[in-house]
Design a protein around this ligand. Structure first.
Ligand code: SF4
Length: 429
């Protein structure tokens, strides 16, 4: 069971492949498992709670099967997890590289209960598509930034990465398996190169040359690391899509300072303008945290106005969560949960307005879509180059849609679907 971010899902998928090579297969829905593995997230207190619930649920459904906990929560709260009677093994971030032998020993009946070793955290490569069409290539892990609200540097360790050469060879392998789209994942991707002395710019230049991969997306990149060179390269490249995801976190400079973010709103605006100057139809998604300690009503209103004024397509809104051990706890003004909730709702509504406006202005235009696996349903979906979700109904022509799985096709964007979450694709069937 996996909770949390794309990176966790990518790592789980790789682990599943490795376990499959050793003859371990995922249990079916109604089957009793021999072992339960939970890959956890600890980004908020709600995430922690979900992990504990997942552990209880798995232990109830699979009595007698040892429960192994890995991931960020395992790294941050190992003693708490180990004290849960259901949990047999807690694997910290530094033991990730030794995960399989630990599991093998556990399955062989040995008494393993390692919490944390002394090894340096290494870069554990991961490139997998799980059950999706897109591949997720982990290019970097960890973070050195220590933003005041964030526990990720404690959970995932220092910034580290694979070499350009090794990542290019993983991309080639994905292409050989029929992969057409790769999402570059990591914790602080723009910081790529700490381990190898290379740069993210060098990485994307090398990946762009890999034959067979038609599309790359950068899952997220810090605004201060999104250089003009990177933007210009994406604009002129063969396969990097006009799609960016940039964490803003707050549209008020006073709060950005409290967060110890490394840019100002002015720099953020410049990046958005540069992207649109080179790629007018680019989709720009933006992360925002509401209710950070110190975010007064006036600061929030400043932030709202700034975000509203940006030419962006979507927001990902997170409510600030108090995390033990973070510097943010030293900031005196705490925002009440109800206020956080109200601010979150206002930004979610703004996000919907912006997304619909972005989709709406593309109706009637033609774009390339990569169709995703339809899983036997009668609606096929995919994303355009600039990340507009599109759908197409089968219309009684059984099997016709599945032939389109993992294929690129030029379509005309039609009207919104029933719940306005996608545009209807118009093609010649
Ligand atoms: S850049 Fe800041 S928010 Fe992002 S992982 Fe690093 S410390 Fe956390």
């Amino acid at each position: 069971m996996t909770l949390g971010c794309k990176l966790n899902f990518a790592e789980t998928a790789t682990l599943r492949d490795e376990l499959a090579k050793r003859g371990c297969l995922p249990a079916e829905e109604d089957e009793a498992a021999d072992i339960c593995i939970v890959n956890t997230c600890s980004v908020t207190d709600v995430a922690d709670q979900k992990c504990r619930q997942a552990i209880h649920r798995l232990a109830r459904r699979h009595p007698g099967a040892p429960v192994v906990v890995m991931g960020c929560y395992a790294q941050l709260q190992p003693e708490l997890l180990r004290s849960m009677p259901e949990v047999r093994l807690v694997v910290g971030i530094k033991e990730k590289a030794h995960f399989l032998p630990l599991i093998e020993n556990l399955m062989a009946g040995e008494d393993v209960n390692i919490l944390h070793g002394d090894d340096e955290a290494t870069f554990v490569p991961s490139c997998s598509h799980g059950e999706r069409t897109r591949y997720f290539l982990k290019v970097q892990d960890g973070c050195n930034y220590f933003c005041t609200y964030c526990t990720i540097p404690f959970a995932r360790g220092r910034s580290r990465n694979g070499s350009v050469e090794s990542l290019v060879s993983q991309a080639r392998e994905a292409a050989a398996q029929g992969g057409k789209e790769i999402v570059l994942t990591g914790v602080n991707i723009g910081d790529f190169g700490r381990t190898t002395g290379e740069s993210f710019f060098e990485l994307i230049q090398a990946l762009d040359k890999v034959e067979g991969i038609e599309r790359y997306r950068i899952s997220s990149i810090e605004p201060n690391l999104l250089t003009d060179d990177i933007i210009d390269f994406c604009a002129d490249s063969r396969a990097f899509m006009p799609h960016f995801h940039i964490p803003l976190q707050c549209g008020c400079d006073d709060v950005l300072r409290l967060m110890r973010r490394r840019y100002t709103t002015a720099l953020f605006r410049k990046k958005v303008e540069r992207i649109h100057a080179r790629m007018p139809d680019a989709f720009i998604g933006v992360d925002v945290i509401v209710g950070m300690r110190g975010e007064t009503d006036a600061f929030f209103e400043d932030s709202y106005r700034f975000i509203d004024s940006l030419d962006i397509a979507q927001l990902h809104v997170f409510s600030y969560s108090e995390r033990p051990g973070t510097k943010a706890l030293e900031i005196p003004l705490a925002v009440p949960p109800q206020t956080r909730h109200e601010r979150s709702n206002r930004l979610i509504a703004l996000s919907e307005e912006k997304r619909k406006a972005f989709y709406g202005k593309h109706i009637g235009t033609r774009r390339d879509v990569l169709w995703e696996h339809s899983h036997g349903k009668n609606v096929l979906h995919g994303f355009t180059d600039n990340y507009i979700r599109v759908e197409m109904e089968e219309n009684g022509k059984a099997g016709v849609l599945s032939l389109r799985d993992n294929t690129l096709e030029r379509i005309r964007l039609g009207a919104f679907n029933a719940d306005a979450s996608a545009l209807e694709a118009q093609v010649k069937i």
